[in-house]
Design a protein around this ligand. Structure first.
Ligand SMILES: C[S@@+](CC[C@H](N)C(=O)[O-])C[C@H]1O[C@@H](n2cnc3c(N)ncnc32)[C@H](O)[C@@H]1O
Length: 233
């Protein structure tokens, strides 16, 4: 995990993390959710480490294992980039060109400090269009943000739009009880694009131990899934 601002509280416990996350009501709108991240940004990286949040690594490994192009030249759009965990992993795997998008200014400030991104843009996904050129990116990746109360599913076509023909779109979601309906809707939308022959499935990986559970309904670890699709030429 890369270093952040250095201002974070270093003695956080799993119970602190649980309380912070449970304080963010899942049914709030996107604007409120982004506001929640504004207050969480400073402790985000150490808190998700306590959660054993492996999604950025697992998604990066998934992309890396299927990408056959030139990594030095490949352009990556990291959507809902947060503090930059996904791009940090991809960088270690040989990728170099990153553009980040997120709705939360405090997360973007931390992402900027990593020095990973050539460009960072603030965008409330699902409300504002992602202002990037169409058919530009070799990889478009969104990790940890496609779930209930976060990024609306309308963004999926925008992810597809931003991807070069032959490029890859990598998406993740959670499999816990609260998110089951959203996950089913996401899969329906992914399938619809497949039926329209807009992309083809490369792999779908269901992961049992995605991150530690925090709600009373779930125990141990919650599951998650990675969807990797290749845009049609
Ligand atoms: C769990 S974090 C994931 C960050 C990063 N991808 C990672 O895996 O560490 C979710 C991110 O999505 C952003 N986010 C949530 N809803 C959003 C929305 N509607 N528009 C833009 N960003 C949003 C938050 O600001 C936050 O940075």
């Amino acid at each position: 995990m890369h270093e952040t601002a250095g201002m974070a509280n270093t003695s956080r416990t799993f119970s602190d993390v649980r309380n912070v996350i449970l304080s963010a009501h899942k049914n709030t709108g996107a604007q409120e959710k982004v506001g929640f991240y504004d207050t969480w940004a400073e402790n985000y990286e150490q808190d998700v480490a306590l959660l054993d949040y492996r999604a950025p690594l697992l998604a990066a490994e998934c992309v890396s294992s299927f990408f056959t192009g030139d990594r030095e030249k490949a352009t990556v759009l990291d959507v809902a980039c947060g503090t930059g965990l996904v791009s940090a992993h991809l960088k270690k795997m040989g990728f170099h060109h990153f553009v980040g998008v997120d709705g939360c200014l405090a997360m973007l400030e931390l992402a900027k400090k990593t020095g990973l991104y050539q460009q960072l843009k603030q965008c409330l996904l699902g409300h504002d269009e992602i202002s990037v050129e169409a058919e530009t990116y070799d990889i478009v990746i969104i990790v940890g943000a496609l779930s209930i109360g976060q990024v609306p599913l309308t963004v999926i076509r925008e992810l597809w739009d931003a991807t070069k023909p032959g490029g890859y779109v990598c998406m993740t979601t959670r499999g816990n009880a609260d998110n089951r309906e959203y996950k089913a809707e996401l899969e329906k939308m992914i399938k619809a694009l497949e039926e329209e022959q807009k992309w083809r499935r490369v792999t779908v990986v269901e992961v049992e131990e995605w991150e530690r559970a925090i709600s009373e309904q779930d125990s141990g670890y919650i599951s998650g899934a990675i969807y990797l699709y290749q845009k049609s030429f």
